[in-house]
Design a protein around this ligand. Structure first.
Ligand SMILES: [Zn+2]
Length: 119
């Protein structure tokens, strides 16, 4: 098992009690949210990286030492999530701009906007 230490602040579990049923690092062990965020990561010993994580859904804070491969997978998931979020943001901006252009064009055609509106 890659996990050496894992602690949450909910008080419902003792450190290390999550055991082999612990979900992957990017999934909250308490509310199962897939949006766990990395707060800090630093190499602790040869093959382990010390990480601090927080779940934005239930605010569970977690910390532990994990193997490099598992943290690397977490980082890939975080990058993938960021790329997905960026794409969703860009789609939303594009949609909003198209809606504003349509509304502006409609207002111009109906004579609801004139030069005085821009002075
Ligand atoms: Zn959670």
């Amino acid at each position: 098992m890659s996990e050496r230490r894992f602690a949450g602040d909910t008080g419902s579990e003792r450190p290390g009690s999550v055991g082999s049923e612990r979900p992957p690092l990017w999934r909250c062990p308490h509310c199962r949210s897939p949006f766990v965020q990395l707060i800090r990561a630093e190499r602790s010993e040869d093959e382990f990286i010390s990480v601090e994580l927080i779940c934005p859904e239930c605010l569970t804070w977690m910390a532990g030492d994990f193997e490099t491969d598992e943290v690397a997978r977490l980082m890939r998931e975080v990058r993938s999530g960021k790329a997905e979020l960026k794409k969703a943001y860009e789609n939303l901006v594009e949609s909003n701009m198209a809606q504003m252009a349509s509304t502006f064009t409609d207002a111009l055609e109906r004579g609801l906007i004139g030069p005085d509106d821009f002075s």
